[in-house]
Structures are given as structure tokens and as C-alpha cells.
Design a protein around this ligand. Structure first.
Ligand SMILES: Cc1cc2nc3c(=O)[nH]c(=O)nc-3n(C[C@H](O)[C@H](O)[C@H](O)COP(=O)(O)O)c2cc1C
Length: 191
């Protein structure tokens, strides 16, 4: 069964990302074409990157890196749930992404973002980062407004219009995730 991680990209106390990620997980769990699991960056206790060798060399030394690599490797695709911090993604999510390399390669990903402008600038940065990691990112994304999809910027109350956006995003993600399974089975070209 194709398995996709919903990656919760904020570690901040009082974070909005948990409600958003759980909402995506609930909607995705109704599907029969893939299974979905929550992966919370906060559960992985990753310090600021402390590996001496760049992840693309595949020489992970620390136990926390090896555990995180096993988690990332378990999934065929990813939904990144990201806040927008200073027009980019969170430092915690970027740090977690930087820790490993091969485990991301030839997988598909999509994005759910939130912020005053829907978090779209965070997603634009993440798309560039994903390209370097050989992650294929689908076009459809879900952008939630702090003013309109949250009460008092903190209680998640998504507007109905978000639902078809989620469905389209998941349709594209599942399709590309399955397509890339054959790329990985054939053995990916050397990076
Ligand atoms: C350090 C920081 C920087 C932020 N910068 C932006 C920003 O550039 N644009 C924006 O729309 N919201 C910005 N915000 C608001 C966040 O998007 C909002 O607080 C969101 O709920 C954060 O996600 P989280 O609650 O899951 O951590 C910022 C918040 C923080 C904490």
C-alpha cells in the first residue's frame, strides 16, 4: 500500500500546525488509494544540524539522524504542512529536511500552508528545496488564511472552499507518488 506522511512543520508551543495537519490527516484517511500517517518533527528531537558530513554523502553518524532517516524512508510521499515564518518555512522544518537526502529522493510531495498571505511564500521556498532533494512537487496546494480560516488567528475553522482544494492536492499527490514507485524500483540514476 502506498503510504504518505503528513509532516507537521512547526514545533512552536501553541502551534497552529497541529490542527491543520490533523484536519488533512482526517480528510486523507477517507481515501482508499493510499494510507496516511502523521509525522511530527517535534517528536524527533533533532538538534540544529550536527552531522559532520553533508546528507547527500549518506554517512549519517548520530542516532537521532539514523532514526529520522528511517522515518523519512518509510514513506512513498509527503504532505508538508508548513507555517510561514519571515516569508519562508519554519527553521525546524528546514532543519529536519536538511538532515537526510537519499530518503527523500524520487518521492512526491505536496504542500499545505497557512499565514496572513496563505503561507504561499513558504511553499515557494520549499519547492526550491524539494527540487534539490529530487522530490517531485505537485502543482495543487492548499493555502489557508490566518484571518479567514482561523478565529482569532489561533482556532482553526477552515472555510468550505478549502475542501475541493484538499481533494485536488491529494489526487495529484497520490498519482505522482504511485508513478515514482516504478522510478525507485528501476534504480534511480546516480545523483
Ligand atoms: C517567527 C515568525 C515569523 C512569522 N512571519 C510571518 C510571515 O512572514 N508571514 C506570515 O504570513 N505570517 C508570519 N508569521 C505568522 C505565522 O504564520 C503564524 O503565527 C502561524 O500560526 C505560525 O505557525 P504555527 O502556529 O504552526 O507555528 C510569523 C510567525 C512567527 C512566529
Amino acid at each position: 500500500m502506498t503510504t504518505i506522511a503528513v509532516i507537521l512543520g512547526s514545533t512552536r508551543p501553541g502551534r497552529n500546525s497541529e490542527a491543520v495537519a490533523r484536519w488533512i490527516l482526517d480528510l486523507a484517511s477517507a481515501r482508499t488509494d493510499a494510507s496516511f500517517e502523521l509525522v511530527d518533527v517535534a517528536d524527533h528531537d533533532l538538534p540544529l544540524l550536527d552531522e559532520p558530513v553533508p546528507a547527500s554523502m549518506g554517512q549519517y553518524q548520530n542516532e537521532h539522524t539514523k532514526r529520522w532517516a528511517e522515518t523519512v524512508a518509510r514513506y512513498d510521499g509527503y504532505v508538508f504542512v508548513t507555517p510561514e515564518y519571515n516569508h519562508s518555512t519554519s527553521g525546524a522544518l528546514k532543519n529536519a529536511i536538511d538532515y537526510v537526502y537519499a530518503e527523500w529522493n524520487n518521492k512526491a510531495a505536496s504542500f499545505v500552508s497557512y499565514g496572513s498571505a496563505g503561507g504561499v511564500r513558504a511553499v515557494e521556498h520549499l519547492r526550491l528545496i524539494a527540487a534539490e532533494l529530487q522530490i517531485a512537487t505537485v502543482r495543487a496546494q492548499v493555502s489557508l488564511s490566518l484571518a479567514d480560516d482561523f478565529e482569532n488567528y489561533s482556532e482553526f475553522t477552515p472555510r468550505e472552499q478549502a475542501l475541493p482544494q484538499v481533494e485536488t492536492m491529494l489526487d495529484q499527490l497520490v498519482s505522482w507518488t504511485k508513478a515514482l514507485e516504478s522510478v525507485r524500483a528501476e534504480g534511480a540514476p546516480a545523483s
